[in-house]
Design a protein around this ligand. Structure first.
Ligand code: 1HN
Length: 374
């Protein structure tokens, strides 16, 4: 029996020599061509790639500089109109290991978004979970399910998947911020839905506090009208004043002899869902880390990927075999299972987001902290 070889088969099997490999004969070559034409792949040529002894991410450790991002976002603000279709003037980090796609890591999107005075980013909704984190400036309102929420430096603003949202700049100056979403995760797993809403953001009102903050923004106090746990946080803004004070308090408590820090000089908080204490978003973890001057973290690795941005200060970061000096606004990526170490002489504040909730939910999370070298 003869088999037509599919010249366009996406399957390509190479004969390799080595342990566990069959003798390379013309008959084997013929069998491999038949596999290709029938769209079949033998395990014995693939197992090393499919099942490495530990995670080998295709994503690469990489750092993007804020001054360049900010400059190019400003140029886009002049050249690129914002409206229906394009939806957002967002410029995404493309990890050099992920084929030029707008993916910071295999699961996470990170972008700088830019809005000119008076502009609207039109209303829409999608299944992707999202957040904003503000490095500098103010004046933009994100309106989530008709609740207008102001955005200021240091604020963290989560937004659950399928919530209607648009942004409006009420101020006289342009503003840039960072967006994080689980776009690559939902894209790879074909879970994405999207709908258009109104072209104009419905509100021009700018109250001091959003409805969500009035209902949920009182630490430790649960409204009795809302006792059921929600999958994502209903609190739409985690204000910088609170984050800053929490971190300051941890470092002060450490000085007073309480075990309040993650490790010496390293204060850290996680943004959580007030209905459950779980992560703010089902697929995304968000944290803030403060290194006191002269602090170095231990070296650790974990399953899942992270994106960090330097909020204030400067320092040194080592990820796997890469290492950079980082300063205010710089973003960097930590691929799965690559060793991370942070260090700062003058002190450094970092916002971090990661895909860890996905792995915890599936019982695939692992973390390893290296022993301190003498
Ligand atoms: C989106 O809706 C926002 O709402 C930001 O600001 C980035 C990237 C892809 C698709 C939708 C936003 C996005 C996005």
């Amino acid at each position: 029996m003869t088999t037509d070889v599919r010249p366009d088969s996406p399957v390509h099997i190479t004969m390799v020599d080595g342990p566990g490999q069959p003798p390379a004969t013309p008959e084997l070559a013929k069998l491999y061509r038949e596999f290709e034409s029938e769209l079949l792949v033998p395990l014995w040529t693939e197992i090393g790639d499919l099942m490495p002894t530990d995670p080998r991410s295709r994503a690469v450790a990489h750092r993007w500089r804020w001054d360049r991002l900010r400059e190019m976002a400003g140029a886009a603000g002049k050249l690129v109109p914002i409206g229906r279709g394009g939806e957002r003037r967002a410029i995404a980090l493309a990890n050099p290991g992920l084929g030029g796609r707008p993916f910071a890591t295999p699961t996470l999107w990170a972008a700088i978004q830019y809005l000119n005075p008076g502009e609207d980013a039109p209303v829409h909704r999608h299944t992707q979970h999202a957040f904003r984190f503000v490095i500098e400036g103010e004046g933009v309102w994100t309106v989530v399910n008709d609740d207008p929420v102001s955005m200021k430096r240091g604020d963290f603003l989560p937004q659950a998947g399928w919530a209607w949202h648009g942004h409006h700049n009420i101020s006289k100056s342009s503003m840039a911020w960072i967006d994080g979403l689980d776009i690559p995760f939902q894209y790879q797993t074909d879970a994405t839905f999207f709908q258009f809403g109104p072209d104009e953001v419905p509100t021009r009102q700018a109250p001091d506090r959003s409805q969500s903050e009035r209902l949920w923004g009182h630490a430790g106090l649960r409204p009795l009208t809302h006792l059921a746990p929600a999958p994502a946080s209903p609190l739409l803004a985690y204000r910088w004043e609170n984050t800053d004070r929490a971190l300051d308090d941890q470092l002060a408590l450490e000085k007073e002899g309480y075990a309040a820090t993650l490790e010496p000089g390293h204060a850290a908080v996680r943004f959580t869902n007030p209905t459950s204490g779980a992560d703010v978003l089902p697929t995304v973890r968000a944290e803030f880390h403060r290194l006191a001057p002269g602090t170095a973290t231990s070296t650790s690795r974990e399953v899942g990927s992270s994106v960090y941005t330097v909020f204030e200060g400067e320092g040194r970061v080592a990820v796997g075999s890469a290492s950079w000096h980082v300063e205010r606004g710089d973003l960097f990526v930590v691929p799965s299972w690559q060793a991370l170490r942070l260090e700062s002489d003058s002190g450094m504040d970092l916002f971090r987001f990661s895909d860890t909730p996905i792995f915890e939910r599936l019982d695939l999370d692992r973390r390893h902290v290296e022993e301190i070298q003498a």
